[in-house]
Design a protein around this ligand. Structure first.
Ligand code: ADP
Ligand code: MG
Length: 316
């Protein structure tokens, strides 16, 4: 199988909402009048983001999921994506599983693959995603106001727990392992939440590098301090099994969660609770914004807790 039959077999498929897709020198799409185009990209590199023995279906899912998560954090409607892939060799079964993982998530969100590039080289996937948002209504990192609540969707720390148990031999119960592995390999991008937060959230970010690191971007760009109240951090794993691990550290700095952390005025609390029930997405108030800078984790004793690292940083 060569480059062109690979593209034709696995990457060229019927799609809606595209004027011209895979097969020409470039794709053509139409942005609805009054909308802005929202563009994001995320790359997955072997030995950096995953290992050679990764399940290709999970890899395909994750490469798209992390990009959908960026759309969610902007309050954008994801529409199209491109896939640039470099492969050491063509293994048809492997590519088939990769695309199955990717397209089942794509279909669930109505996004279409409209192009890309395929080369031989070290295994790397770069997805670029394109979405739309009514002009001026995107959620940014800079809009938080003093006194706003800080909210978190879902749970943090679980994907990092899977990494710890997989690579550092930390033992978990079967149920915990299954949950943590699912969170690491098949993250759920919070797209409908992002759309529903337009007009409700003052700022938003997706938690990919670690809650403290990511919330730090909101604090910096909003010129405020973010205060996390650790007693409110959502938790669904039995604590007795987590004694050997610094669980608060994983929740605050673990990363790979792909949850949405957002700020909103306290006057929206009831609406946000209703939204949580409607979307069936846990939404928890975990802190507040105040004057100052950086992120502080302040326990019930009023003391700020310190952490070795705030999150993942490729060049740290
Ligand atoms: P060009 O040489 O003009 O860049 P290519 O031969 O690289 O064209 O690609 C041919 C067509 O296949 C283009 O429409 C391109 O967008 C698409 N394509 C190539 N690789 C991929 C991929 N991995 N996923 C989706 N579309 C792809
Ligand atoms: Mg090309």
């Amino acid at each position: 199988m060569d480059e062109f039959s690979l593209i034709q077999t696995y990457f060229d498929r019927p799609r809606n909402g595209v004027d011209l897709g895979v097969g020409d020198d470039a794709a053509l799409v139409s942005v609805p009048a009054g909308d802005q185009l929202v563009v994001a990209a995320d790359m997955l590199v072997e030995n950096r983001h995953f290992f050679a023995d990764v399940d290709p279906r999970a890899l395909g899912h994750k490469a798209l999921a992390v990009n959908l998560s960026d759309m969610a954090a902007m309050g954008a409607q994801p529409r199209w994506f491109t896939l640039c892939i470099s492969l050491p060799e063509i293994q048809p079964e492997w590519v088939k599983s990769l695309t199955e993982g990717m397209f089942s998530l794509a279909d669930a969100h109505g996004v279409a693959l409209i192009g890309g590039d395929t080369t031989r080289g070290p295994l790397t996937l770069a997805v670029q995603i394109l979405g739309t948002v009514p002009k001026g209504r995107a959620l940014t990192r800079s809009g938080a106001a003093e006194g706003d609540d800080i909210w978190l969707s879902g749970y943090t720390g679980e994907a990092a727990l899977a990494v710890q148990s997989r690579y550092q031999g930390f033992s978990l119960s079967e149920a915990q392992r299954a949950l943590a592995e699912q969170r690491l390999d098949y993250p759920t991008p919070r797209v409908s939440l992002g759309l529903a937060l337009r007009g409700l959230a003052s700022a938003a970010i997706d938690v990919s590098d670690g809650l403290l690191a990511d919330l730090g971007h909101v604090a910096l760009q909003s010129r405020l301090q973010a205060v996390i109240q650790p007693q409110y951090l959502p938790n669904r794993l039995p604590q007795s099994n987590l004694l050997a691990v610094d669980w608060l550290n994983l929740q605050c700095t673990g990363g790979d969660d792909y949850e949405i952390c957002f700020t909103a005025s306290p006057c929206h609390r009831e609406e946000i609770k209703v939204l949580s029930a409607t979307l069936d997405v846990p939404l928890t108030r975990i802190g507040y914004m105040q004057t100052g800078d950086g992120v502080a984790v302040i326990g019930l004793d009023g003391q700020a807790q310190s952490f070795l690292r705030k999150g993942f940083n490729h060049f740290e």
